[in-house]
Design a protein around this ligand. Sequence first.
Ligand code: AMP
Ligand code: MG
Length: 484
Amino acid sequence: MPITFDNSYARLPERFFALTPPTPVKAPRLVKLNRPLAAELGLDADWLESPEGVAMLAGNAIAAGSTPISTAYAGHQFGNFVPQLGDGRAILLGEVLDRAGSRRDIQLKGAGRTRYSRGGDGRAALGPVMREYLVSEAMAALGIPTTRSLAFVLTGEHVLRDEPLPGAILTRVAASHIRIGTFQFFATRQDAEALRQLADHAIARHYPAAAEAANPHLALFEAVIAAQAELVVRWLLVGFIHGVMNTDNMSIAGETIDYGPCAFLDAYDPATVFSSIDAGGRYAYGNQPSIALWNLTRLAEAMLPLLGADTDAAVEAAQSALAAFAPRYRAAYDAGIARKLGLAVVEEADVTLGVEFLELLGRHGSDFTLTFRQLSRLHAGQADTAPLRTALGDDPTLDDWLERWRARSAGTAPGAMLAVNPAYIPRNHRIEAAIVAAQERDDFAPFEELHAVLANPFEERPEFAAYENPPEPHERVRATFCGT
Ligand code: AMP
Ligand code: MG
């Protein structure tokens, strides 16, 4: 049974998008279909695997009811405003209502040139597509708001990057693809009418409660601030580094979106950067909260005409809304670290315990994920202190810290820490190995195994034990590259 599409974004005024049929590819081959996600979306997985379905996933056929569009947006890239970006290699096929009644975008990434491609080829290489598939699905399994990956196909064509690489198309699923940059697109054109329509669309779609507020557009802005603060905290708590937090890569719905040179921390160091294009460290792990606030301030500027009766009132409303970010972020972060340490409530002394533990990790270059997991095993009575001691370089202050931690965490259920500190994260060297096997030998077995490991990040399986480990020095990946 083919997909029943709806297209609410395509019913917005024409200046929101360009009608863009995908460009067909030579020899599509379906490599991966996400059957559980298909079921969640109410889609027929057998149809998606059929020649007709694969033709749709490759952009070789337009399914009935689909109105393919590429959307317009602007954005600050590394701090510099670009008034016109837009979907340069992504094409929105349409929306579906999932089993829970939520509207979800179905988008092809890498489906050919669009009005917004500028110099680009509109295509995606296999490596970045595999990275996005693995990391976005891992994030979902970790319970972090994210776009999802429904499928990917090989195109049978090559894309030219530094060298010719196999081309691929990812089918991405999102609550929507409205970005901070979408608001900036209309703001910079002083198109107040479009801004209002965009805001109303976002409210109806993502924050219906805002419609009941005295100032619905201000309530929308406040809801986006809350969602972004929560999201960044979730990233920090698992060691995720987005890598390109440009305003065009920040979703209004509060999902993690646009996986490019993203990566997870191995050794704990807030200054960690993987992205090859982030020489200044603007988007380093520890900078993500302040960048989120910077981006939200740009959203405030774009939404200003909507936020108050006159400019003064709007600025004041925006400022007081933005002032809520830091305390909200701080409270969520402290509570999250306390949960990771097995502490039921957060007191001042608990915040200190967290800070000290992270200092220990930083001092010894200990692995963020593995060390929290080792502490969780200790708490659950599954291990003694030996592995933790080794991980923390036999630090002389550890015993004192453990004593205070034990006193505070004793009342917490034994399994509680194991349920919040993952054993498995998508480590860079594993992703890289999966990509190399696929690219060089057409071998997708490492991809499939890694995907299986990441599907249950909190459940240890003896046969997957090696996946817990950080890279050996020779396996370490120092830089990740953009999907472009
Ligand atoms: P990103 O940083 O990957 O989110 O991309 C920033 C901008 O570049 C967006 O407008 C993308 O649509 C565009 N872009 C990225 N890769 C390509 C490509 N291969 N062809 C055309 N446009 C691209
Ligand atoms: Mg982007």
